[in-house]
Design a protein around this ligand. Structure first.
Ligand SMILES: Nc1ncnc2c1ncn2[C@@H]1O[C@H](COP(=O)(O)OP(=O)(O)O)[C@@H](O)[C@H]1O
Ligand SMILES: [Mg+2]
Length: 375
C-alpha cells in the first residue's frame, strides 16, 4: 500500500511544477500538509480528493486491465424526457475515454440525440461512409439478431455498425430503429413457425441488444447506453445487458413521484437480468439559482426511505457550456478549454468522478482491496 503522506517531490512531478513551488504552497497551507521530521509532507487521500487526482493516478490501476473486457454496462434511463440522459451519457463517455478507457456509446433512443451529440451524421450517398458519417446502424444490428433468432442468415456483424467518434466509439441510431418494433409486430408471426409468438416477445426480443453486444465485449472497458424517455421495448433491451443504471431527474413533484414507476420497471427487469443494479439517481439541470422549493424537494429526496440512499452527492447545474458544446458537437471537456469559467464544467466533472468512484465501490469486478481500504 502507498504511504499515507506524499513527498513534495512526488507532488511536484504530478503537478508538473518545481519542488520549491510545492514547498511554497505548503508554507501557505494551500495543500493538505504538515511538517514531519522538519520536512513538508502532503496527505495523499486529501490531496487526491482535492485534485481529482485519485481518478487519474489510481483509478486506472483499479479499473484498467491489460486486455479490455467490459467491466460495466452503464444505462442512463428515466421515463421522463429532457432530464439529461443523453447529455450525461455522452459526457460520461467523454470522461472515461479521456481517462484512457475504451468506451462504446450505444444509442438506443430512435431520436438519435446521442449519435448527433457524438458528432455522427447519417451517410446518404453510396459506397463507403466518410469521417463522422455512419451507414449501418442499430436497426441493422437488431434486425440481424432477429433473423438469426428465426434461423435465417445474419449478414450484419455488430462491428460493422460501430464508428469512431472523438475519443470513444458509437453504435449509432436514427428513427429507423423505431420501425423495428412495428415491423416485428407485423412480421414476427410469418417467421416464427413452430415458435410460440408470446414466448418470442417475452423471452427473445428483450435480449437482441445483449446478444449483439457479445461480439464486441472484449473490445471495450465500458458500454454506455442512452435510452428513450419510456420504459418500452428499447429500454428493456438496454436493461437486459446493463450492470449499472443511472437515473437522471429534474427536481419537481411529478418528477420525483415518477421514480416509483422507474423503480418498479427496474425490479421487473432484474428478474431476467440479476446483474442489474441502480448505481444512483442524479439531480440534473438544476438552478442556476436555488429556490426554497428546490431546497425542500432536494431534502425530501435525499431523506426518502427508498430513493434517498441512491442520490448522488453531486448535482448537475444548468449551464450554457452544455448547450454550446452540444451545438458544436464537441465534448464539454474539450469545449471548456476555450477559456470558460471553471464552474460551468465543475458539476459535470464531479459527477463523472463520483460515478466512477461508485462503480469502483459497487462492482465486485472492479474491486481492488488496496484502494478499497483507502476509500
Ligand atoms: N446541465 C445542463 N445545462 C444546460 N442544459 C442542459 C443540461 N443538461 C441537459 N441540457 C439540455 O437540456 C435538453 C435535454 O437534455 P437531454 O440530455 O437531451 O435530456 P434527455 O436525454 O433526458 O431527453 C437538451 O437540449 C440539453 O442540451
Ligand atoms: Mg435523450
Amino acid at each position: 500500500m502507498k504511504d499515507e503522506w506524499m513527498t513534495c517531490e512526488e507532488v511536484a512531478e504530478l503537478e508538473g511544477i518545481s519542488v520549491r513551488a510545492v514547498q511554497a504552497r505548503c508554507a501557505r497551507k494551500t495543500l493538505p500538509c504538515k511538517k514531519i521530521g522538519g520536512v513538508w509532507k502532503i496527505n495523499r487521500l486529501e490531496y487526491e480528493h482535492q485534485k481529482g487526482k485519485f481518478l487519474v493516478t489510481q483509478k486506472k490501476q483499479i479499473l484498467k486491465s491489460e486486455n479490455s473486457t467490459v467491466k460495466s454496462a452503464l444505462v442512463f434511463a428515466n421515463a421522463k424526457g429532457g432530464v439529461g440522459k443523453t447529455t450525461l451519457s455522452v459526457v460520461t463517455a467523454d470522461k472515461l475515454s479521456l481517462l484512457g478507457y475504451k468506451v462504446l456509446l450505444v444509442d438506443m433512443d430512435p431520436q438519435g440525440n446521442a449519435t448527433t451529440f457524438a458528432g455522427l451524421q447519417p451517410y446518404r450517398g453510396t459506397g463507403r461512409p466518410g469521417n463522422g458519417e455512419y451507414k449501418e446502424a442499430l436497426h441493422d444490428v437488431l434486425l440481424g439478431q432477429v433473423f438469426e433468432l428465426f434461423g435465417m442468415e445474419n449478414k450484419i456483424r455488430t462491428r460493422d455498425a460501430i464508428y469512431p467518434a472523438r475519443g470513444f466509439y458509437v453504435l449509432p441510431t436514427d428513427n429507423r430503429a423505431e420501425r423495428i418494433k412495428y415491423w416485428l409486430l407485423d412480421n414476427a408471426h410469418a417467421f416464427s413457425t413452430g415458435m410460440d409468438l408470446y414466448n418470442v416477445w417475452t423471452e427473445h426480443f428483450p435480449f437482441l441488444l445483449k446478444n449483439a453486444l457479445k461480439e464486441v465485449e472484449k473490445d471495450f472497458d465500458f458500454f454506455i447506453i442512452d435510452t428513450p424517455p419510456e420504459m418500452g421495448w428499447a429500454t428493456t433491451n438496454a436493461m437486459m445487458c446493463a450492470t449499472d443504471i443511472v437515473i437522471p431527474i429534474e427536481l419537481g413533484n411529478f418528477e420525483v413521484a415518477g421514480l416509483e414507476m422507474v423503480f418498479t420497471f427496474i425490479d421487473q427487469c432484474a428478474v431476467k437480468n440479476p446483474k442489474l443494479k441502480i448505481l444512483g439517481i442524479v439531480i440534473s439541470r438544476y438552478g442556476p439559482h436555488r429556490s426554497r422549493l428546490d431546497i425542500d424537494l432536494e431534502d425530501q429526496l435525499r431523506k426518502h426511505e427508498i430513493w434517498g440512499p441512491f442520490v448522488f452527492q453531486t448535482i448537475i447545474y444548468r449551464t450554457l457550456l452544455v448547450r454550446e458544446a452540444t451545438n458544436a458537437y464537441k465534448s464539454v471537456f474539450e469545449y471548456w478549454r476555450k477559456g470558460m469559467s471553471r464552474d460551468s464544467l465543475q458539476s459535470l466533472d464531479e459527477f463523472t468522478d463520483e460515478l466512477i468512484m461508485k462503480l469502483i465501490l459497487n462492482n465486485k469486478g472492479l474491486d481492488n482491496i488496496e484502494a478499497g481500504e483507502k476509500l
